[in-house]
Design a protein around this ligand. Structure first.
Ligand code: URA
Length: 268
C-alpha cells in the first residue's frame, strides 16, 4: 500500500479500531504532530548544588507530571469511613485515568467482611456498571468463590486502581503510585483478616515484589497494607483462567488453601 494514498472508509475505521485497542481514545489536537520530526532539546548539565541545598531538591522549573503522591496520601489518610474515602476518591482529579473512565469503580461486597479480594483494574463492563468484577472474569470469580462456600455477601472486592485504564492496558507505575494510598486506606478501613490478590499486577502491588505470579501464587505471606497487617495469598487472575483453562487446577488449589485458612481462623 502506498503511504501517500488517502485511506478509504474501511481503512480509516480499522485504524481507529487499532488506536482504540492500543488505548488511544482521546484527541488532544486538531492537527497530527510528527514527533519524529521534532528536534530533541540538548541535554543541559545542571549547575552544582550548593552545600546548604538538599541534593535531591528538584529544579524550580521542573514541570510536575500528573498528580502528587503525597497529596494522594494526605487525602486518603483523612478519610474516616469507607463512604468518606469513596467521596474523596470521586472528587480526586490527580490521576489521569479518571479523565477517560466513565465512573469510579470503588468496591463491591460486604465492607464488614473478613476476606478482601484485590484485583488489578476495572474493565469495560465494570466501567459501565461502577462495580468491580461484573464482566466475564467476574462471573468466573463468583463461581470460584461459590466453590468454597463464599459469595459477595462474605467478601469485599476492590482493585489496585479504581478507574478503567484505556483499552484495558496495565496501569502505569505512576497511576498505581497515585491510587495506592487510597487502596491502603481502603484496606485499613475494611481491616480484613485475609487478603487474596488476583493476578500479577495486584500481587506485585500488595506484596511489594517484582516476582512473577506463576512463582508466587498459592503462597501465604504476612503483609502490611497501609498500616494493616494481614495474611495474604496471591492467585491467578480469572481473566487469565478464561484464556488458559488448564490453569484452573492451580487456582482451585489456591481457593482450597483460602478455605483451609478460613477454617483455621474460625471464619467459616
Ligand atoms: N479485572 C480486574 O482486575 N478487576 C475488575 O474489576 C475486573 C476485571
Amino acid at each position: 500500500m502506498s503511504q501517500d494514498r488517502p485511506l478509504n472508509h474501511d481503512e480509516m475505521l480499522a485504524v481507529l479500531d487499532w488506536y482504540r485497542a492500543a488505548g488511544v481514545d482521546i484527541a488532544v489536537g486538531e492537527e497530527p504532530v510528527d514527533r519524529f520530526a521534532q528536534r530533541v532539546p540538548p541535554r543541559v548539565t545542571p549547575p552544582p548544588v550548593a552545600a546548604s541545598q538538599g541534593a535531591m531538591e528538584p529544579a524550580a522549573e521542573m514541570p510536575m507530571l500528573g498528580g502528587d503522591p503525597s497529596e494522594a496520601r494526605s487525602l486518603a489518610g483523612s478519610a474516616r469511613t469507607l463512604d468518606e474515602l469513596q467521596a474523596i476518591l470521586g472528587a480526586y482529579d490527580g490521576c489521569g485515568l479518571k479523565l477517560r473512565a466513565t465512573q469510579l469503580v470503588f468496591a463491591d461486597g460486604n465492607p464488614e467482611a473478613e476476606i478482601m479480594l484485590i484485583g488489578e483494574a476495572p474493565g469495560a463492563e465494570e466501567d459501565r456498571q461502577g462495580k468491580p468484577f461484573v464482566g466475564k472474569s467476574g462471573q468466573l470469580l463468583d463461581r470460584m468463590l461459590a466453590a468454597i462456600g463464599l459469595d459477595r455477601s462474605k467478601v469485599y472486592i476492590a482493585n489496585t486502581v479504581p478507574w478503567r485504564p484505556p483499552g484495558n492496558r496495565t496501569p502505569t507505575p505512576e497511576e498505581m503510585a497515585l491510587c495506592l494510598p487510597f487502596l491502603h486506606r481502603q484496606v485499613e478501613l475494611v481491616a480484613p483478616r485475609l487478603v487474596m490478590t488476583l493476578g500479577g499486577p495486584a500481587m506485585q502491588t500488595v506484596f511489594s515484589t517484582t516476582a512473577g505470579i506463576i512463582k508466587m501464587r498459592g503462597k501465604w505471606s504476612d503483609v502490611t497494607i497501609g498500616n494493616h497487617g494481614v495474611a495474604a495469598i496471591p492467585t491467578l487472575h480469572p481473566a487469565y483462567l478464561l484464556r488458559n483453562p488448564a490453569a484452573k487446577q492451580q487456582a482451585w488449589r489456591d481457593m482450597l488453601s483460602l478455605k483451609l485458612k478460613m477454617v483455621e481462623l474460625g471464619l467459616g
